[in-house]
Design a protein around this ligand. Structure first.
Ligand SMILES: NC(=O)c1ccc[n+]([C@@H]2O[C@H](COP(=O)([O-])OP(=O)(O)OC[C@H]3O[C@@H](n4cnc5c(N)ncnc54)[C@H](O)[C@@H]3O)[C@@H](O)[C@H]2O)c1
Length: 370
């Protein structure tokens, strides 16, 4: 038998804009090819004022828009919500190629919406407009879609590229302090995984960004993070390389986040994972305890949590085993040599995690005292 060979190049545009819901701003309408009808799935977190502006945007542009308001947050990432969205696609009579679905929301709503789009009629196009910091620097930029299943995070998912991504920090005006800071957890990951200069930017602009909700010059931090993310994605969009530096923060975090998503959001769980990884790395002498503690203290100063809840202590090693399945049977665990330098290992031991956890709690508590 002959083999089938096929090649498909993936290209999508990521554009920065400001106040995408200003009717005079054509970016959103143009991204969907100046369509006359528009299906929109939107996160209710953006608030009533922005929801009204969204309706007005399309009315002003004479577009017949059907707006589906979704209750944002991790609990929306479930199969039932996929079915409901797909029903809505059918009721709208979505034309398969030329009516991209606009998805406006946090990482959870974008993960859900893009997943539904990727399986409806084997794929309809979508446009992502992130409304959270984490969405801006991470979830909107890649091609991963997912929902959770049976308590397992991202158990169902697909690789699906958006038709376009529009980055607009105006949405952050309504973000809670906690969600602003949580998003910085992913910036911290990107910096520690691959960019010392980004770490310096995070130190310079992070606190100001949180204070101003990134409405001023601190936006540059998020734009630089997004640029680095895009560069990385361009190298390995489909994650063919199983030793991914961007997997930093994604071993223990899944179990921390799944245990109680309302208590630890994604960026927060990722931060805890990074700090625990720092302690493991320091335990091996890869990075000094001093440098590890500096990063830990900086994360704490931003308001990020740094240690896991005690309830998940007994599950941390299981998450290493579970992630090994995801990484094709090997740990491929990313350890930290310095900010921007990762080394992968396959010989991590449960005792190392336990010792690191004890050290981490000791440093955290001593910090709380001072
Ligand atoms: N696909 C990817 O590549 C990728 C990458 C990283 C994270 N993720 C996923 O993203 C999710 C986390 O995303 P997140 O941190 O954006 O959290 P989130 O989507 O859970 O949103 C957090 C809260 O913010 C609200 N919200 C959204 N926009 C708002 C706004 N402008 N103002 C006020 N509130 C607003 C939401 O309704 C929700 O209550 C996780 O499920 C994670 O797995 C996906």
């Amino acid at each position: 038998m002959a083999s089938v060979k096929a090649k498909r190049t993936r290209t999508f545009k990521i554009a920065r804009t400001s106040d995408v819901l200003d009717p005079e701003n054509p970016a959103l309408h143009e991204a969907s090819g100046l369509a006359k009808r528009q299906l929109v799935a939107v996160d209710d977190g953006i608030g009533p004022a922005q929801l009204t502006r969204l309706e007005e945007y399309f009315r002003w542009r004479s577009v017949a828009a059907e707006i589906i308001v979704l209750s944002g947050g991790e609990q929306i990432k479930q199969w039932k919500a996929v079915e409901q969205l797909i029903d809505a696609f059918g009721t709208f009579g979505l034309i398969r190629r030329s009516e991209p679905v606009v998805i406006i929301g946090g990482g959870a709503v974008m993960d859900l919406g893009s997943f539904a789009c990727s399986i409806y009629r084997r794929g309809v196009p979508h446009i992502k407009v992130p409304t959270t910091v984490l969405g801006y620097v991470d979830a909107s930029l890649g091609i991963k879609s997912a929902v959770n299943l049976g308590g397992s995070k991202n158990r169902l998912g697909s690789f699906v590229e958006p038709a376009a991504v529009l980055l607009d920090p105006t949405f952050f005006r309504t973000l809670s302090q906690r969600d602003l800071v949580s998003g910085l957890g992913e910036v911290l990951k990107l910096a520690v995984a691959c960019s010392q200069p980004l770490f310096e930017d995070l130190r310079t602009y992070g606190p100001e960004g949180v204070a101003t909700k990134f409405q001023g010059p601190a936006r540059i931090l998020l734009d630089r993070a997004a640029e680095i993310m895009v560069e990385r994605l361009g190298v390995d969009l489909y994650e063919d390389d199983l030793e991914r530096v961007l997997d930093l923060g994604h071993t223990f975090s899944t179990v921390i986040e799944s245990a109680d998503p309302s208590r630890y959001g994604h960026g927060e769980s990722v931060t805890i994972d990074i700090v625990l990884t720092l302690m493991i790395s320091a335990g091996r002498g890869m990075i000094s305890f001093e440098e590890a503690a500096t990063i830990l203290k900086f994360a704490m100063s931003l308001g990020l949590p740094v240690s896991p809840p005690v309830e998940v202590d007994g599950m941390l090693w299981r998450s290493v085993e579970e992630r090994s399945q995801h990484r094709d049977g090997q740990q491929r665990f990313p350890l930290i040599e310095s900010v921007g330098e990762i080394r992968f290992v396959n010989d991590l031991m449960p005792e190392e995690v336990e010792i690191a956890l004890r050290r981490l709690r000791a440093i955290e508590n001593s910090e709380e005292v001072h």
